[in-house]
Ligand binder design. Sequence first.
Ligand code: 3HC
Length: 289
Amino acid sequence: MGDITRIGVIGAGLMGSGIAEVAARAGRDVVVVEANAAAADAGRERIEKSLARGVEKGKLSAEDRDAALGRLTFTTDMEACSDRELVVEAIAENEALKLEVFGKLDRIVQSKDAILASNTSSLPIMRLAMATQRPEYVVGLHFFNPVPVQKLVELIPSLLTGEETAKRAEAFASEVLGKTVIKAPDRAGFVVNALLVPYLLSAIRMVEAGHATPEDIDNGMVLGCAHPMGPLRLTDLVGLDTTMAVAESMYAEYKEPLYAPPPLLRRMVEAGLYGKKSGRGFYDYTRGE
Ligand code: 3HC
């Protein structure tokens, strides 16, 4: 379905910049909104680097890179989303901030059948939808990191998402972005994180208990089970702050001890050791690791 041409992305962090990049590469006009100019610049740089990597690897021509960059506009003014047909919110996993964004988008986005989507990893879509006057147009579209590489998108309709909204969002992810879509229930963790997060937390508990080193745990899963990366390196990639936020949402929903963030994860987040994006997590990235 080619009907969605004007996209907005709120947040230019790891996920938002990835979503903006794949939409621009798919020929869509993309407005990216960040809270401040420095964050917008960092998002633009991340996309430029990723596109440059595509050119280096021969996956993208220099003309296509320039065309994709030409379709991207970075701004700090959410009003720039007024004419968007689909807006994907991809800010930090903070419920109060996300509710504020959905309230604002509801006022700003003019088209009455525009879709307001969230890339939340774990918060109920229903709650975000109820921050708007148009819950039938709100849906979850959950991407995976790195967005240009991972082929999956989880589609999460809430109890009130319209059938047409879900169909259009699914067609956008599959036909325009070329992703494989799975339908997930509107419950914390959806499908993938419901399985992945307890696994990552178990690995962190193993480190905490002195059961094995991060290197040995990761080597075990990469070399023993053919995972592309081990759980501690993957936690570093996802971000320890994001992993903790997702675990907290899941624990709040189910009160299942397996989902409770282990103290070591909390301490590392308190220390600012967020993983790859901050330079240090279970591994040190400051030396180009
Ligand atoms: N942008 C674009 N392309 C990228 C990229 C990026 N950021 N990172 C890697 N790639 C491409 C490379 O160009 C390369 O392409 P090629 O094979 O065609 O040459 C390919 O991906 C492999 O990259 P590398 O050779 O540099 O490195 P690796 O082979 O180690 O792969 C990885 C890196 C793609 C990150 C791989 O290790 C992987 O898939 N890891 C698992 C990631 C994962 O599980 N993600 C999901 C996390 S959960 C989540 O996001 C949900 C949230 O709610 C928590």
